[in-house]
Design a protein around this ligand. Structure first.
Ligand code: HEC
Length: 131
């Protein structure tokens, strides 16, 4: 009986920490984080990236990624500043994964932007926000 209780407590603890893990830090699977960006950040890619950003992302993240888009105030999630090191130090693959999959109020874009090269161009464009 006693051992069962300990087991229950342990499993409960594990589940709790797992839930925390899932909802707080946004963990990108290693194989996605390591994906190389196949699109060179040339003028054409940055142009596409900027167009996509303005159309799909700026309403929440703001024109320059500061998190000051017109919709930002109505979100439950406090918008992050994408120009900071915390974001910019992430790999292209990690940013690609987050934009593609989404999480909670961050929409998933793999269906809305089905051309993966366009998505990579957005990643290239987000690099221009770096301070
Ligand atoms: C409806 C508002 C909204 C739109 C539109 C939106 N985002 Fe987001 N985005 C969010 C929110 C909210 C988060 C934080 C999600 C979380 O941490 O759970 C986020 C997170 C992110 C992150 C992760 C930042 C980090 O800390 O790692 C990236 C990258 C990102 N968005 C890029 C984009 C791009 C690129 C687009 C357009 C293709 C876009 N977002 C469109 C709301 C939005």
């Amino acid at each position: 009986m006693k051992t069962n209780l300990i087991g229950v407590v342990m499993v409960g603890g594990l589940l709790l920490s797992f839930t925390y893990y899932q909802t707080k830090p946004w963990v990108v699977p290693e194989k996605n984080a390591k994906m190389a960006n196949p699109v060179k950040a040339d003028a054409a890619s940055l142009k596409t990236g900027k167009e996509m950003w303005t159309k799909h992302c700026a309403s929440c993240h703001g024109k320059t990624g500061l998190g000051d888009g017109t919709k930002a105030a109505s979100l439950k999630t406090a918008m992050e500043d994408l120009t900071t090191a915390a974001v910019q130090k992430q790999s292209d693959g990690a940013l690609y994964y987050k934009v593609s999959e989404g999480r909670e109020e961050m929409p998933s874009f793999k269906k809305k932007i089905p051309d993966s090269e366009d998505l990579w161009s957005i990643v290239n464009y987000m690099r221009t926000f770096k301070k």
